[in-house]
Design a protein around this ligand. Structure first.
Ligand code: CP
Length: 363
């Protein structure tokens, strides 16, 4: 094999999206205020709805602080020493489970991972409420991914430790939305300022189905908390939806519009692309124990007429909708999005599991 003859070299880190410049600029754009982070102490994270915009901003600020100086904060800042994370994932996951685990370990903690519910008492008929009673004794925080949208609510009813919803069927994925908006704010820090110049406001195209995709549902909800940063959201979906599939759930669009978000629907990706600052694409939704693929006609490739500064985001896992030819272009912010999720989750876990006075120490 040729590669055995030649030394195999590490690929250098790619575009500057992996560097410290962007988090440093975001850090500078958000004035420090520790008080809103106290909202998070010992709280469950089930829906993005519960978060105040000022809490999210301070969370992004703390994540940017960690990302600006990972050597310092990932080796010498260990507030979770002696604490145990219970990572319960009953659906496949690369990013969410491993980034929560990585974040927890970087903060000095230990973790227990469950990747198959059939290895627990659930397989013998044990209720989720009773499993949660046991989790109270075994750990300090639970991260749960379960295709059953009600599971996180059932467990939270008997938990005395915080639980984080890491994706509950087609309902929500709140920490993914936080990572998404953190990425957008790093790309354009002026969006996080109290007054956003009109010229900096973004037009974001979301290729996906808000009624079926938890990432899209949570992303729209978090954008609705910052309507002043958004010129327009264009939801782009396939023209040939079957009669049983709607773009929005009842009341979903009204909730966004009432919050001040300017939302338009389109089926013409090629016509929209030249006008978009941020292009977010997702193709799958988890339903029960399997997944659906939507928008099979949509595919982003490098030769499309993007604005020069436009960025592409994808919650991943990648399917044919996101061509690898985009990977080495400046439009690729999806790898940065996945990387930033570690620092975002470090910030969240620090605030949720620490005592209030220690939260004030780390900001
Ligand atoms: N973004 C996301 O939820 O990815 P995983 O399914 O790999 O966790």
């Amino acid at each position: 094999m040729d590669e055995l003859k030649d030394p195999i070299r590490f690929k250098p880190l790619g575009p500057d999206v992996f560097g410290r410049t962007h988090p440093q600029e975001l850090l500078a754009a958000i004035a420090e205020d520790g008080e809103p982070l106290l909202d998070l102490v010992n709280q469950h994270v089930v829906s993005i709805q519960a978060f105040r915009s000022k809490t999210l901003l301070q969370l992004f600020r703390l994540a940017a602080k960690y990302e600006s100086n990972p050597d310092r904060y990932c080796r010498h800042n260990t507030p979770l020493t002696g604490k145990i994370l219970i990572n319960a994932f009953y659906e496949p996951s690369t990013r969410t489970r491993l980034s929560f685990d990585s974040a927890w370990h970087r903060l000095g903690g230990d973790s227990i991972n469950i990747t198959d519910r059939s290895t627990t008492g659930i397989a013998k008929g044990e209720s989720l409420e009773d499993v949660a009673h046991m989790f109270n004794n075994y750990g300090d925080c639970v991260v749960l991914r379960d295709g059953n949208p009600h599971a996180v609510y059932a467990m939270s009813s008997t938990l005395r430790i915080p639980i984080i919803n890491a994706g509950n069927g087609i309902d929500e994925h709140p920490t993914q939305a936080m990572a998404d908006l953190y990425t957008i704010f790093k790309w354009r820090p002026s969006l996080a300022k109290p007054s956003v110049p009109a010229s900096d406001r973004i037009r974001i195209g979301i290729i996906g189905l808000p009624s079926r995709m938890r990432t899209v549902r949570s992303l729209l909800r978090i954008l609705a908390k910052f309507p002043e940063a958004v010129e327009e959201v264009v939801v782009i979906h396939a023209a040939d939806l079957d009669s049983s599939t709607s773009v929005f759930d009842p009341d979903q669009l009204e909730e966004l519009v009432t919050a001040g978000l300017n939302v338009r629907v389109s089926t013409d990706l090629h016509r929209e692309i030249p006008e978009l600052d941020v292009i977010y694409i997702n193709a799958i939704s988890w339903v029960g124990d399997t997944y659906e693929v939507h928008g099979k006609g949509f595919r982003l490739t490098r030769d499309m007429p993007y604005k020069p500064e436009a960025i592409v985001l994808h919650p991943l896992a990648r399917g044919p909708e996101l061509c690898t030819s985009l990977d080495d272009t400046a439009h690729n912010w999806y790898f940065s999005q996945a990387r930033g999720a570690v620092f975002l989750r470090m910030a969240l876990l620090t605030c949720m599991v620490n005592r209030a006075e220690r939260v004030m120490d780390v900001v």
